[in-house]
Design a protein around this ligand. Sequence first.
Ligand code: SF4
Length: 1015
Amino acid sequence: MATGPTSPSPSQGERVNTCPQVADEIKQTTCYMCACRCGINVYLKDGKIRYLEGNPDHPVNKGVLCAKGSAGIMQHYSPARLSKPLLRVGERGSGEFKEIEWEEALALATEWLGEVRSRDPRRFAFFTGRDQSQSLTGWWAAQYGTPNFAAHGGFCSVNMAAAGLYSIGGAFWEFGEPDWDHTRYFMLFGVAEDHDSNPIKAGLGRMKTRGQAKFVSVNPVKSGYSAIADEWIGLRPGTDGLFVLALVHELLKAEKIDWEFLGRYTNATWLVIDDPGGASDGLFLRNPEGQALCWDSVREAPVPAADVTAKAAVVGRFDLPDGRAARPAFELLARRYLDKSYAPEAVAARVGIPAATIRRIARELAEAAFEQEVVLDIPWTDWAGRKHDTMVGRPVSMHAMRGISAHSNGFHTCRALHLLQMLLGSIDCPGGFGYKAPFPKPIPPAPLPGGKTVMPDRALGAMPLGNPIGPENLLVDSEGRPTRIDKAYSWEHPLAAHGLMHMVIHNAWAGDPYRIDVLMMYMANMGWNSSMNVQGTLRYLTDKDPDTGDYKIPKIIYSDAYYSEMVPYADLILPDTTYLERWDCISLLDRPISSAHGPGDAIRQPVVKPDRDVRPFQDVLIELGARLRLPGFAYESGAPVYPGGYPDYIVNHERVPGIGPLAGWRGAQGTRHGTGSPNAGQLQRYIDNGCFWTHKLSPAQSHFKYANKGYLDYAKSMGWLPTAEPITLQLYSEILQKFRLAARGHGPIQPPDSERGRIETYFDPLPFWYPPFEEAAVDREEFSLHAITQRPMHMYHSWGSQNAWLRQITARNHLFVHPETAARHGLADDDWVWVISHHGRVKGQVRLMHGVNPQTVWTWNAIGKRRGAWGLDADAPESNRGFLLNHIISELLPQREGGHRYSNSDPVTGQAAWYDLRVRLERCLPEECGETDPFMAPVKAPPRRGVVDPDTLRYGLDLKCREPAVDGRGAAAKEWIGNRHEISLSVAGVADGKGNVKKGDPKGGPGRIPGDSGK
Ligand code: SF4
């Protein structure tokens, strides 16, 4: 009962109870309302979740909680929650299921998967969405023996990741961050406000408060972050690479580049063999030991580039004794980008930005980098033993995300951005971009992709995903045909480091390159917003073989916590828990919570018990592994290796001796960090520490990590690097050139003739720009507009738009159109319009908006829902007025000669080209207005159990004080909850030694929350 002090409200005469009893227990865990992994305190009252707040001690969010995070309660009590295993009894898509027991579900899955494994493991494909357990799921696939595994990265931002890993040994967001405290010029490329949510918001806040930095946002849409930028560059979608290379042109022309940085830390001086037509043309000149060579201008001879005494040339053409010649990589770079085709005047019309603006931005970059350098009085030692008294930084930082990545030219655009960073010398220096541990890694990082050999009842021998370093690492047969179902690591997409999840269903249906027997997916809404060509995808999922009458994809197992649009299209549903009901591991083996200041990882702990018959997917996967007797999951006797499920695995699994999912408190006594034997008390140590572990690098280790002896030694001791050798940043990519040489007929591994031209073109060792494929293929007059999507700040993927509280902010989407464009089409606010691509049409309502590139229309993604899904009412705005642009995006490019259709993806990495879409608009006829189209038949929903009735959602009413405190005039007092530093529990908290606060302090003193030092 609330009994605390009250204070009057001047306007209403109400009394506010400032010290209600808001909880009788507080548990800490990690948010999962988006991928940022903020720490949260969960207030529980009578076993129910009362309130969520940010954990002020957590390194990711420092107490900040966004709208999504706060609304986690409604995610947990969502009417869309699945409640029991389901077996399909009607036709696929009908939503007709019967409930079954877990034993039957697991036995069935084991039977299906076991049969395939004993025959041909390749005929099982396992793909997961935006889950945070990919080091487990990937390892499970490897133990099963299928190469057909990947997570969501292929349709998210693999261009960003791969370009970074092949250029600088790291990448943005989860692998790196700006130095918010020292930067003087921050450029944000293609970042919607749902991505890197709290950390970037907090960082922008810090930076803007400091008041010394300019913030430039490059994005066709001026929403979210762009709206608070000092300057908005609203360029045309897909032209970011051209814009960046024009900046490079200007900087080179003015010689505003960091020569010392280039010479010391990049391959600018490495000699590239100039031997047109030869097998070594374009490769680095190396000595017999394999060391790359540079030209020593004093000795007038090639010497190892790592020889710190060399006076390395950056330009020139040097004859070699064998008749060939060589040039420093920098010369090739300078020749290319100094060409007038990259001049601002030459690109301005295409980019949609005046040449003068491009020139000015280049000047500002140079001014920030070279006139405002940041000098920290921190002595450090480089890899060669050279001592430096200070750390000198070029305070220009950059961050980028899917907006520049999800194009068919995205890989080279992202490479261009890293090239710009390198030329400015602004990588991992004070004020620049900083790597998050365990990055930087060797370029590219190990491992190679597994799956060259696939045998019945055998593990793969390597993880399915990796980073090829040449054609010999491709997964192709003797004819050069793809051997993975998604064609990752084939000649069509050689560096597909995250697979091509968006192609799996199409390819499995088409039998191209082969059919599969079982498809298992987790947290991937492929029946709706995660697929291009939704209608086609649903057809692939329901199409039957006319000869056998069986579905062309015979068996589909799906796990999710919610009744998404994908569920009705699966045969066996394994219901997952919500994120507040399970253990999880946010691992250095996957995507940890590190910062540029040091490594960190985290866990989730169950804060409430499931009230439904559901199980965490990770537990289920481990049990299936044991039932299938997969190596690593079952002993020879058949006994499970991890009988305690996922928490058992988190603690006891060792990927290599001494290295497991969590880095903190290892060793029998929990005294070691990074490496060490398993510690039975490890999870408790995490709980006691707020569910995270961090280590702060010493100041001397904190910058120039690719060449910093102190850091490299530490990284090696932690098992992140095989050696403490320096990592040389790659302006020029020899790996790309190796593929190009194969296309020219060199080497034992040859592409099919049909692929030679494509490899020759797109495996350019220096970044270049080309028009996105759809733009090049369609009639640009007819489809004169770009159409793109973003997610709002308060939503993440499809998760948010089923959330009762978040739906109150956004329950339907509009098509945002620039007023000039609208005027040309005779459109006004709220008009219904057809958005038409070469693939199809979809109907939505218009909103005018000045902050958008006039050649671009855009909308919020994944707001539109299918009727019957997600526990929403039939008349929900999401399914009647909301619309999904995915309907009009094709997963295939138009036919080329010979009839072949490539995936609508980047040719290097296979990244889904969501933002290449070109459209035209047609105003709807009066009789067409009123509801969206395609307007699909509703799916039938399974029974709901233990959920809040969505029609009368009054969650928390019973948790509130029923007996109001009253002031002297009899007015009711309202409850008020502040953050934890401002509340006290009237029935107090006493730490129970397990990191939880229980009621029962006889003195009734203020509650102490785990991790609270009381300061
Ligand atoms: S940014 Fe928001 S939704 Fe994402 S993890 Fe943090 S609190 Fe949760």
